[in-house]
Design a protein around this ligand. Structure first.
Ligand code: TRP
Length: 372
């Protein structure tokens, strides 16, 4: 049974965007995203978003301000939100996905805590949707090895992978992402600019499939990137906040742990606090974090703190984060006590995703003349 309405592509009459000259197409994507941001509140029902995470551990503040709160914003505007827990994708850069069930449950808790509403949105695990995965084979036939080789983000991931050789899974993962997006005919994908090459490949796959099998019609929409102005938060050691670097402040960390982590955060030896992201990245990232929590500008906060120095800055950041996250953390522990609800959320999300995927696969097989 498919009870989910299938949205159509975004408005084809929308103003065209100037061709971009930058390598990733960031300028064009930014301009188009600004147009999309105006269209979404006017007609949210026309949009379906797919986005997600790998279950490799709990989410942190970098995730939250980078992508998570944007998902909830879109959901609350009335957009149909699909959140994939990309469990197979964990295996792209490591041999074995450890504690998978635990990490999946932690992700669901994080989602529920920040306000993803399973009554409106679909949270599902990749491996639970066979028809999604079956799209991979025809999709692989639509891309060349040379195209996969050229993907700058895959190159980068390969460079940072902990494996000595590149697996076929890693090499082909932009194609899996295409299946993740196209199985539910999502037409909007919130991304950071490093993900633009993947989305471009998804669009190419959709277009080639339609050209080859669509008999004049479109089986798949060409999804668009929604570039969100994601603030780059640094971890406590001054490098990008990341689970694997041990420098992250977890959404689920308690108030004391948060205080301890921020107390230990790197700053610099200049006493007077100023907002200067290029010259003083660590201090500026702390200001930015507090500013995001308090809905103020980092400059205002810097002016307030001024010569009170790094200790005062850290007190301000700690209070801001703890106050901001208090309701999220309270909801999280409530949900954590109700494991049955957690499992039901995932089961229902998986059922819904399977129904959507079955419908799409049936159409794909019909289009490919392989519906026996
Ligand atoms: N690659 C994303 C991550 O590393 C998760 C993901 C899987 C995803 N499939 C996707 C994101 C499709 C956007 C679209 O966390």
């Amino acid at each position: 049974m498919n009870t989910v309405p299938q949205p159509t592509s975004p408005n084809p009459d929308a103003p065209a965007v100037e061709p971009s000259t930058d390598a990733l197409g960031t300028t064009a994507a930014q301009a188009r995203s600004a147009v999309l941001e105006k269209l979404i509140p006017k007609d949210p029902g026309r949009f379906r978003v797919l986005t997600g995470d790998r279950p490799t551990g709990r989410l942190h503040l970098g995730h939250y301000f980078g992508t998570l709160h944007n998902r909830v914003r879109l959901q609350n505007l009335g957009v149909d939100l699909f959140v994939i827990i990309a469990d197979y994708q964990v295996l792209t850069d490591r041999d074995v996905a450890d504690n998978l069930t635990g990490h999946v449950e932690e992700l669901v808790l994080d989602y529920l805590a920040i306000g993803v509403d399973p009554a409106r949105s679909t949270i599902f695990t990749h491996s639970a949707v066979p028809a999604l995965n079956q799209l991979l084979l025809p999709f692989l036939s639509l891309v060349s090895v040379a195209e996969l080789n050229r993907n700058p983000t895959v190159k980068d991931e390969i460079a940072h992978s902990r494996q000595s050789s590149v697996s076929g899974l890693m090499f082909t993962y932009p194609v899996h992402q295409a299946a993740d997006i196209l199985f539910c005919r999502a037409n909007l994908v919130p991304v950071g600019q490093d993900q633009l090459p993947h989305l471009e490949l998804t669009r190419t796959i959709a277009r080639r499939f339609n050209d080859r099998y669509g008999a004049g019609g479109a089986v798949f929409p060409e999804p668009e990137a929604l570039l969100s102005p994601a603030p780059l938060l640094l971890g406590t050691d001054g490098t990008k906040m990341s689970k694997s670097r041990g420098n992250a402040i977890g959404l689920a960390a308690d108030a004391d742990e948060t205080a301890r982590l921020i107390k230990g955060a790197r700053t610099d030896c200049e006493r007077h606090i100023t907002f200067d992201p290029a010259g003083r990245p660590e201090v500026s990232s702390l200001l930015l974090l507090a500013a995001l929590c308090q809905d103020r500008t980092p400059q205002q906060l810097a002016d307030d703190i001024g010569s009170a120095g790094a200790a005062a800055l850290k007190r301000t950041v700690t209070e801001a984060v703890n106050e901001y996250l208090a309701p999220v953390r309270a909801r999280r522990s409530e949900y954590a006590r109700d494991r049955a609800h957690l499992r039901r959320t995932l089961r229902e999300g998986n059922e819904r995703a399977r129904a959507v995927a079955d419908t799409t696969l049936a159409e794909v097989r019909a289009a490919m003349n392989s519906h026996y």
